[in-house]
Structures are given as C-alpha cells and as structure tokens.
Design a protein around this ligand. Structure first.
Ligand SMILES: [Zn+2]
Length: 767
C-alpha cells in the first residue's frame, strides 16, 4: 500500500472532527500534543467522573448475564466487536484450511444492493470452541451447515456456529448475504473492492485476519458491457442477454485484505515483456494519454519484477500480473496479488510531467511490485507489523529506482523526507515505538504515522548497514523461503537475520523497533596546539526501556572548504573517535554526515559557532541540510537561542541554491517567526523579514523558487503595506511576472488576509 501520511494541521483537524471514526487518532495526537504530565492530569479528571468500583462490578455482572452467547463459556471472552487479537489467536489454533467459493451479483444501478453467496469449506483442528466468522450485522439471509438450514446466531459483527454442530476436519457452510457498500466503492460506471485492513467482512462472511490465508474461487454476474478483474486468471466468460458471467480460477493462498475484484467499463491493453504477459485496465478516454504512457508503465513493471526476482532469488509467485488504474483510488496503489490497483493519474502522466512525477511513478510501481514478495508471499501475522511490509517495499523501491534517476540527490531527498518528520513525533513525550500493540483490528488504521513512515525506513537502513548488504540480502532470502504463502512476525525476521550476522540484532531491535524515543548524542572536541586532541560523542539519554541505539554514522570534518569523511559506529555511552586525533584543528565537525544518522546530534561549541555563521559556505547540499538538522534541534531543545538561529536562517535563505533545501528553510522560518517570538519582537526586530522575502521573490527567475518565497511571504505578512500587496494581487491590480497562483493559493491568500482582520476581506469573500 502506498499511503500519504497525515500531517496535523488545521485542515486535518477539521477533517478528523468531521469524520468521527477517525476520532481515536485525534485522541492519540492529543496525548502527544499534551505531553505526559498534562495527559495524566486530563485522565485523572476523566476518571474522577467515571464509575465508582461497586457500580462497575454491577455493570459488568449485568453485561455478562445478558450479553448474547454469554452462557457459552469458551467463546464468550473473545466475541467483542471487531477482530480482537485474542479472537484471532483462538481462530488460528482452530482453523487449519479455508476455501471460499464466492459469487456476487453486481447490479448496474448503484442503488440496488450487491447480493452474494458463499460456499465455505473450513477444516478444523478441534471443536472445543464455537466457530466465529466476521460479518456485517444484518447481512445474512440464509445459512446452511452441511446442507441443513440453521438460524444465524449473531453477536456484534460475528456469526457464531455452535461447536456442537461442528466436526473435527472438513465442515461445509453455505451462506447467502448482502454486501455493505463502503468497501465496494461503487460508481456509475465501475466498482472496486478495497479490503485493507479488515473490510472484507463488510462484504462477505469470512475470517478477517491476515494469518488465515485461503484460496478464493470467485464468480461474478455483471452487466454485459462491463469487464471484471480479480486476483486469479479468468477461466471463462459467458454472456446471457444483458448480463455476463465471469468465472475465475482459484487463487493461491492469500489473506482477506489481499482478495480483490473490480468490474466496470474498463478498456484493456496487454504487452508481452521478458516472456511474461502484463495487462493494463483503465477508464481513460484520452487515448493519446494512454498511448503516451502505456509502454513505459509496462516497461517499469517488467523491470521491477525482474529486479525483485533477482534480489530475492524467488520467481514471481502469483498466477498473472494485471494493473488496474482507477481514477479516484484512495491510495497511490494497493498491492492485490495478481491485480494491483493504482490511482490512475500517478501512472498516466501529463505530457509536461516533471522529473518529480516520473520519479514518483517509478517508485510507486516498484513499491507495489515489491509487495508481491514482502507482504503478499510472506505476510505479517497481525497488523501491528504492517509497518514492516511498507518499509520493505520502500526500501526495495529505492534500490531499484534510484539508479534510473542519477540527476537526483537521493541522499538529500531521504533526510528531507524522513528525519524531520520522525523527530517531530519522536522527541515528544507521547511518542511510541515502531512496533505498537494492536488489541483489535478495528484500530489498525491508527498505526500509520511518522514513526512508521519516517523513522522505520531509517532503522531499516541501519539494519542493512550493520549486517552488510550481502548478509542482509541472504537473510531476507532465507526469511522469504521459510514462510512462502504464510505469515511471519518481526521477531521471526530478526531470528532469521541473526543467523547471518555476528551483530546482536535482538538488542538492536529492542532499541529501534520495540522501544520509543531518539538518541541525544553530545559532541566534545578538545583542541591543543592547533590540533585535535580528542573528539567524542556521549549518549545523554536512553530508550524508554534503558537501551542505547546502536547506529552507523559518518563524521564530516571540514576545513577551508574541504571535507573528510570518517565512518563511525556508535554503540556505547561514550564513543571516542581516535582517527581524528592529531588532525589539524577543523572549521567544524558534523557528526550526522550520513543519511541514516538518527537523533539529536548536539554539535561541539566551536563547530556550532562556525556553522551558525558560515553554513551557506558548505558546498554539498546534503551537508547543509544535515548541519541545519543539528542547529534546528538544538534550538528546539533550548541549546541555541531562537534569535541566534533566526540570524543564521536569514543568512541561509539569502543564498540557498537548492530548491528542496530552500523550501525546508522557508518552512522553518514560518515556524520560528510565529512560534518563538512575541508579537512585539516580530514587528520591531523582524519587521524587515517580510520585505526581504518580497525582494528575494522578485529577484528569482525560476517559477518554483518564486512560488516558495511568495508563499512564505504570504504566511508571515503583517504590515499594512504587505497586506495591501496581497489585496492588490487578489484584485489583479498587481502582477508579478513569472509568479503563477493556483486556485488553492488564492484561497490561502484570502485565509491569510482574513485571519489578519484585513478590512477588505468581507467584500472579497462576497466575490
Ligand atoms: Zn505499500
């Protein structure tokens, strides 16, 4: 799955409030935002108004007495709404083999319900407990066990089959049901399923957990003008009047969240590359756009497949390779085995697409293709390890795609898109480990966030670096070979990798994956007689469980514009770098000179002073970004005064040539300006900042650079003459050559003026 990470801004908060199911996310963010003390106070206040213990006891007794199925001792504790981990583990013990024979009738009219029938073959290891299926409440119209009709026994969103009626070994159930619409994504001309993480059971009764893999044999009854695609190859198609019947072959063993189908007025085209057939389904009416992109899309998939087969030494494990391009798909892509679903516009690029869009397209294709091994062939046991398949897919994608774009500074892009967002969460008291507990699958979507998407990839780079590329690859091959079409946990992976390295991966895993927090490493530099006498990095804190964070970094020693790199593996509380001793006193030493360095690297005072003054002199844009991370973190932690950093920042902005770095610094400027000074200081001391931004914007030639300066100007403009400029731009009285404002920019402009109580804003809103 390729998903966009939510950033907590005003917009997301509004959306979250509007979508109540997302409320628990807000709850977690609230905890992070409040910090531990405030959070505890908040909880104490909440507890003060909650039930006293005696009342709680009566309440529990009442629930136990009247809860449906409560008298049935063995299953009662597990049958909660959603799929609890306890239920999942119980089922995993009981269920040995599953086969779903599914049929759906897909009406052309969106307001008609989708009805289906299921023949379920399930082999049981024992009948000590009832069999629990997950279903949409009210969905079942008929239920037969071994041909005998039963009255459905429903508890919450589960169907219970009494253990007295079951037999050890094969059991045969027939169920007629109506599917709920949300996970079917119904549109006028098409529909598609999206079941990740646990939505399959809203469409058909099933065991909706990743570690009960099954074979699915699907047939569909669809409007004759439609085309259907699913995980397995089509066996035959028959047309009867206005309807068409599609019969698909059984799938290989896959999880419920992998199972997918789509039907609609799709066009298709195929290509044969490297002896393999690829088929692309789409709804695009612009044939020139299809022609322009199709060959590249096929080529990129073939490349990715070949790369993965070579890296894993395992042939593509599924029956066919289709891609379905859907206009309003929720994610960038979803890795359904045999039929990857994509957001169409990310693959069908416009004629003038830039390198960024091409890189993104290649990355998504590589990411989804890599999932066929990491996620599809070997799947997590439980969704608390969902991060692992995502990190692997990105990790493999980066290896595949980066050589295709030699003009891009990938190292810079990596620390631009990972460390800052990860630190934002990881430095707070409310941070959490990469691997989080997940008591119920209903909460699976809450696991996604900066720690999974931004910290875990850094950890994976560290892991590979610690083991070495070859050992890491061999370890991954052994892992994939150990669990084909099965499930494995993070601990299974670490156990297997451990056999390929002398390093202590169990301790490493505890600090990086199972415990929360980021290291704070403080540098100390001793100079004597113009030479380095000693340089050390001392660890000032520990992980939540008391561990150090072993990590590979590189020290950059800078002198007169030249740099030397010294690799350093940090695994002690005190790390002394003897290689530096005796070197001529440098201008600065940067301890996080690798893209996989993670933590707050507090510079030694001499390096800090030099970099605050001369950061723009660093030739390498990656080093400018890395050095800034140290300074910014130092300011946030109170080691560098905001005013001192502001001075340094303005100096950087004046001369930063790299757009990515420039945009990041401008974001920092907005945070610093509004978050760290009072209004009087903003107006008096920093009254000239708006003017500088305006002048720099005018000076720029490139549209992208002009835009980032303008947006920052808009975000901090306060003086009446600045606001008048915005007003003039809105009314087209002022035009800046080369500056193109989008619809969104105009909305933002109006927003900025209205929060500053600009007198003309009422009239502008009327327009
Ligand atoms: Zn993914």
């Amino acid at each position: 799955m390729e998903k966009k990470v939510r950033k907590l801004n005003l917009h997301t908060v509004t959306i979250m409030l509007k979508n109540l199911p997302l409320f628990p996310l807000l709850y977690r963010r609230l905890r992070i935002g409040l910090g531990e003390t405030a959070w505890n106070n908040y909880n104490q206040q909440r507890q003060a108004v909650s039930m006293p213990p005696a009342a709680l006891l009566y309440f529990t007794a009442f629930i136990l007495l009247f809860m449906p199925g409560a008298c049935h001792q063995p299953v009662a504790p597990q049958v909660l709404p959603g799929v609890s981990q306890e239920l999942a583990q119980m089922r995993k013990q009981q269920i040995e083999e599953v086969r779903y024979r599914l049929h759906f009738f897909l009406p052309e009219q969106q307001d008609q319900p989708v009805r289906g029938s299921l023949e379920l073959e399930v082999k049981l290891a024992h009948t000590r407990t009832d069999l629990v299926l997950d279903v949409q409440p009210g969905a079942i119209s008929q239920l037969l066990l071994s041909g005998k009709e039963l009255q459905p026994r429903l508890v919450h969103d589960h169907l219970l089959i009494s253990r007295d009626l079951l037999q050890k070994g094969a059991n045969h159930l027939k169920i007629a049901f109506t599917a709920a619409d949300p996970a079917l994504n119904r549109n006028a001309a098409y529909l598609y399923t999206l079941f990740v993480p646990n939505k399959a059971s809203t469409v058909f009764p099933c065991f909706d957990q990743p570690d009960i893999k099954a074979r699915y044999e699907l047939s569909l009854d669809i409007p004759a003008g439609w085309v259907a695609v699913s995980n397995a190859p089509l066996r035959r198609r028959e047309t009867r009047g206005a309807r068409a019947q599609y019969y698909f072959a059984p799938t290989l063993p896959i999880s419920t969240y992998h199972f997918a189908f789509t039907a609609g007025k799709f066009h298709s085209l195929s290509s044969r590359l490297q002896g393999r057939e690829f088929t692309l389904y789409h709804l695009e009416t612009d044939t020139a756009k299809v022609q322009r992109n199709a060959a590249t899309i096929f080529e990129l998939h073939a490349q990715a497949l070949q790369w993965m087969e070579s890296y894993t030494a395992i042939a593509y494990p599924f029956q066919k390779f289709d891609m379905v391009l859907i206009p309003a798909f929720q994610f960038g892509g979803m890795e359904h085995p045999g039929a990857i679903f994509y957001k169409a516009r990310l693959l069908f690029l416009e004629e003038n697409a830039g390198i960024g869009q091409k890189l993104r397209r290649n990355s998504i294709i590589a990411h989804e293709t890599a999932h066929n091994w990491f996620g599809n062939l070997v799947t997590m046991k439980w969704f608390n390890d969902v991060w692992l398949k995502e990190v692997f897919a990105n990790f493999m994608a980066a290896k595949m795609v980066h050589p295709n774009f030699p003009e891009v500074n990938h190292q810079l892009r990596f620390i631009h898109s990972h460390q800052p967002a990860a630190y934002e969460e990881d430095r707070s008291a409310g941070t959490h480990p990469v691997q989080q507990p997940l008591p119920n699958l209903r909460e699976a979507s809450l696991l996604y966030g900066s720690i999974i998407y931004q910290k875990a990839p850094v950890a994976m780079k560290q892991l590979e670096s610690m083991m070495g590329e070859t050992a890491f690859r061999q370890g991954l091959q052994a892992y994939l070979q150990a669990f084909p079409f099965g499930n494995a946990s993070w601990d299974d992976l670490i156990r297997i990798l451990n056999a390929h390295t002398p390093a202590d991966l169990a301790s490493w895993s505890r600090a990086w994956v199972k415990e929360a927090g980021m290291p704070w490493l403080k540098a100390k530099l001793d100079i004597q007689d113009g030479k380095i006498k000693a340089y050390s990095l001392s660890l000032e804190n520990r992980s939540s469980g008391g561990y150090t964070w072993p990590q590979q970094t590189a020290l950059v020693v800078g002198k007169n514009g030249n740099t030397r790199l010294f690799p350093l593996f940090i695994d002690q509380a005190q790390n002394r770098l003897k290689d530096l001793e005796g070197l001529e006193a440098p201008d600065y030493i940067l301890p996080n000179g690798s893209e996989m360095a993670y933590g707050y690297f507090q510079l030694d005072p001499a390096s800090e002073a030099y970099l605050l003054e001369h950061l723009p002199l660093l030739q390498d844009e990656f080093l400018r970004q890395a050095a800034w991370l140290c300074l910014w973190e130092g300011m946030l932690r109170g080691h560098i005064a905001p005013a001192r950093l502001m001075q340094s920042l303005m100096n950087c902005l004046r001369q930063e040539p790299e757009l990515l770095v420039l945009s990041d610094r401008l974001d920092n400027l907005v945070t610093l300006y509004w978050g760290f000074f009072d209004q009087q200081t903003r107006l008096s001391t920093y009254g000239g900042v708006e003017d500088s931004l305006w002048q720099w914007m005018l000076r720029e030639v490139e549209a992208d650079r002009k835009t980032v300066f303008f947006k920052t100007f808009m975000a901090i403009a306060q003086h009446p003459k600045s606001l008048q400029k915005l007003d003039d731009l809105w009314h087209n009285k002022l035009q800046i050559p080369g500056l193109k404002l989008t619809e969104l920019d105009h909305t933002q402009l109006l927003y900025e003026l209205s929060v500053r109580n600009w007198p003309g804003v009422e009239a502008m809103l009327q327009q």
